[in-house]
Design a binder for this molecule. Structure first.
Ligand code: 2P0
Length: 352
């Protein structure tokens, strides 16, 4: 019976770690950023969200749309999630209007079931992979003829960094200029096979949820930091150009320097926010010193640190330097941080 039928689609989306950071919204409602950003999408074998979207006329209308995240019911009433649902439904409704023989999926309640394959204890923000998987699962369910670029436009409205997780490899989110956000989308700068020996490790300093959320942190920075204005006017445009060149030329020393400088610049604007925001702690700073020691001992740049809106370090390196980086990191930090060896997720590869 057609009305009992459950329509279903399943997809996965990977985590991405920015090397030029997104920090600041020029339009909080549409999630339009104050600057472009660039990230490496990590392999789904390591870190990903798996999402199944289903809809059916047999799902009770009064229950509405729902999401179960890692086995727990999760709220979908937030404006960001609602914006994603609305955009995807509108595209499906347009298909249905053009072809009346299509089932009216756009009118049916949606059920989403989502799971991360990385433990919460990895201390990773999951909103990027989460919204990317949510948007693609619903787009697949609705059989939308949407490109990754168009999906990135929708995922951006869920969480800014999610737009970058719709592409593999090395990905830029172009801030765009249009007031409606139509040109604020992600695009691939290079696929993973262009520079496949890139690796990342995550040093989990704390698995606790961050104190100041990214959304409110960046709003405070935009409102109060003078240094931030310098960052978006000059620092980020320079870093974007230098980073794209480093990736094009597979120049790790430049990639590393821009990555570290951009992380430092982002955290400096956090410290310049009033009242100041501190995401890094003493262990984070010990990790920075350890990377400097590793590079000094190697006599060249073999490792780059970067920190997001929390104390955990992500360290980029090349496969051939694994021993110099991972071995030395264990040696340098081993004495200082009790139990930290369990807190390293290493050998993460870029996704294909
Ligand atoms: C990034 N971060 O580029 C930067 C670096 C954190 C520091 O994107 O408000 O969760 O959902 O758009 O995407 C975290 O911010 O913020 C982030 P919303 P999001 O990866």
């Amino acid at each position: 019976m057609a009305e009992r039928r459950v329509y279903r689609a399943t997809t996965t989306a990977p985590v991405n770690i920015a090397v030029v950071k997104y920090w600041g919204k020029r339009d909080p409602k549409l999630n339009l950023p104050t600057n472009s950003s660039l990230s490496v999408t990590l392999s789904q074998a390591d870190l990903r969200t798996l999402t199944t979207a289903s809809c059916s006329a047999s799902y009770p209308a009064e229950e509405g749309d729902s999401l179960v995240l890692n086995g727990e019911p999760s709220d979908v009433s937030g404006a960001r999630t609602q914006a994603c649902f609305r955009e995807l439904r509108a595209r499906r409704a347009a298909l249905e209007a053009a072809d009346p023989s299509l089932p009216k999926l756009s009118t049916m309640p949606l059920r989403l079931v989502s799971e991360n394959n990385f433990p919460t204890a990895a201390g990773l923000a999951s909103s990027a992979a989460g919204f990317a998987a949510l948007v693609r699962a619903i787009a697949d369910l609705y059989e939308l003829p949407a490109s990754p670029s168009e999906l990135s436009l929708i995922a951006r409205q869920g969480s800014g960094s999610a737009c970058r997780s719709l592409f593999g490899g090395y990905v830029a989110w172009r801030m765009g200029e249009a007031a409606d956000g139509s040109d604020s989308t992600a695009e691939q700068v290079a696929d993973a096979s262009h520079w496949p020996d890139m690796r990342a490790l995550i040093l989990v300093v704390s698995a606790a949820k961050k104190g100041v959320s990214s959304t409110s942190g960046m709003q405070q920075t935009v409102a109060t930091s003078g240094l931030f204005r310098e960052r978006i006017a000059r620092v980020v445009p320079q870093n974007m150009a230098a980073m794209e060149k480093a990736i094009r030329e597979r120049d790790f020393a430049s990639f590393a320097e821009v990555t570290m400088r951009d992380s430092n610049s982002f955290h400096a604007t956090c410290a310049d926010t009033y009242p100041p925001i501190f995401y890094m702690n003493d262990v984070s700073r010990a990790a920075i010193r350890a990377v400097e020691q590793i590079n000094a001992a190697a006599g060249r740049t073999v490792a780059a640190y970067t920190f997001d809106a929390g104390p955990n370090a992500v360290i980029y390196y090349l496969e051939k330097d694994t021993e110099a980086v991972v071995g030395t990191l264990y040696h340098v930090l081993g004495g200082d941080i009790s139990g930290w060896k369990d807190a390293v997720v290493k050998g993460l590869k870029p996704s294909l």
